[in-house]
Design a protein around this ligand. Structure first.
Ligand SMILES: [Zn+2]
Length: 189
């Protein structure tokens, strides 16, 4: 690799250490003396995604990242959370060791993780990915989230509703009364 400052072709390694999935080398240019860092990483063998229409497309982390970023746009997520999510999914896909993976499997992996990260991003992603055909399907998904949230709120999760509203719904028991009305009194046949 040429020196990024003077483009001289040769450098010496002054430090080298193992990082997660490769080797990091600290180098010094033999011409201008500038120091720079290079990473050496194994190029994973090709991974292909099986699309809905059965076409195969080479897996692209950039594409994955674009989809997740869109869903997380303007959400108050910690810096790096989205990149980490994409990194985790990529790593898991390669760990599976399969040459081809259906796009639905990847979509589900994203959904699963977004659910633990941010409900709004999750709903946004789901509305594109699951292609909710009507408002009822979307409402059902949100209802599931709200009732899940009352049972256990993941610590990393941003609340979907302000705390008072959640408490109000839980205390009023609106849901159970409504349920009784729908079921109605028992009838004997
Ligand atoms: Zn140089």
């Amino acid at each position: 690799m040429n020196c990024p400052y003077c483009h001289y072709y040769d450098s010496k390694v002054i430090d080298s250490r193992d990082v997660n999935d490769g080797i990091r080398r600290r180098r010094q240019c033999l011409s201008c003396g500038s120091r720079f860092t290079t990473y050496e990483r194994l190029q994973p063998s090709g991974l292909f995604v099986i699309k809905k229409d059965q076409r195969r497309e080479e897996f692209s982390k950039d594409k994955l990242l674009t989809g997740i970023r869109k869903a997380c746009e303007k959400r108050p997520l910690p810096t790096g959370a989205v990149d980490k999510l994409a990194d985790d999914i990529e790593a898991e896909l390669y760990r599976m060791g399969k040459p081809e993976i259906p796009s639905a499997v990847i979509g589900d992996m994203v959904m699963e993780r977004l659910k633990n990260l941010d409900y709004i991003a999750y709903i946004r992603f789901a509305s594109v990915y699951r292609q909710f055909t009507d408002i009822t399907a979307l409402k059902k998904e949100i209802d599931n989230l709200v009732s899940d949230e009352r049972v256990s709120l993941p610590t990393s999760q941003l609340p979907l509703l302000p705390a008072e509203e959640l408490g109000g719904v839980a205390k009023s028991g609106r849901r159970s009364r409504k349920w009784k009305q729908v079921v109605g009194p028992k009838t004997n046949k």
